[in-house]
Write a protein that binds this ligand. Sequence first.
Ligand code: ADP
Ligand code: MG
Length: 262
Amino acid sequence: MSTSLLIVSGLGKSFGGVRAVDDVGFELAAGELLALIGPNGAGKSTTFNMINGQLPADAGSVRLGGAELLGRRPRDIWRLGVGRTFQIAETFASLTVSENVQMALLSHDGLLASLWRRATRHRRADALELLAQVGMDAQADRPAGELAYGDVKRVELAMALAHAPRLLLMDEPTAGMAPGERNALMSLTRDLATRRGIGVLFTEHSMDVVFTYAHRVIVLARGRLIAQGTPDEVRAHPQVREVYFGSGRTFGAAGPAVEVAS
Ligand code: ADP
Ligand code: MG
């Protein structure tokens, strides 16, 4: 019997002659942070977009708590509990921090957000509670457009939590962040995932961040899954070292080689 929240098997997608994702399979448990890593073009985003329904798969299966996700529309997959962090452009700079989260709650409750004014009255206390969980309640009434970049990311996380996701997909959540901010965001994400039993699948360029915060790591190269395991197991995997550094070098060796471009 499996206790996995998410079970991906035989997942495949080609673009013309390019096998972007080729027979990929992995599992993810509730409360677990699973890092999906791999060089530029490895198929990470394509994998994410098949799970969230934005891209149809050619082959395979994606089951969340037993329900097949492939073939469903993004909105239906979202309703089944697959959340993702919003992009920065999707937060409303002119609204306050609290109103942004209230908008997300409005959307979660199935109400029309066309009259944004409604959001100012909608579930304010719940929004403040969510903001407290990401350490942003003290800034609830500031316009979102005034926030520092790392704080915007916290608000985006609160907005994702407004949908009470069972699975959270985070494709490059720390892009553009300074190292200290990356650590803060992933530390917060890990705490929230543990506390709420949310499974988190994320991509991340900083190997330091991956090896510090992921419970497990899966590695894609040219669409194929070449390794999976604990950070220590993946770090020691010969094929992973080959893909990232050429032979002989180790993760964590000082210098820019530990940063992998996407
Ligand atoms: P990653 O996120 O790991 O950098 P992607 O999933 O974005 O990789 O891309 C995997 C491969 O699929 C790359 O070769 C990329 O060029 C190709 N690809 C991705 N999306 C498309 C698309 N919409 N049309 C054609 N090729 C694509
Ligand atoms: Mg990508």
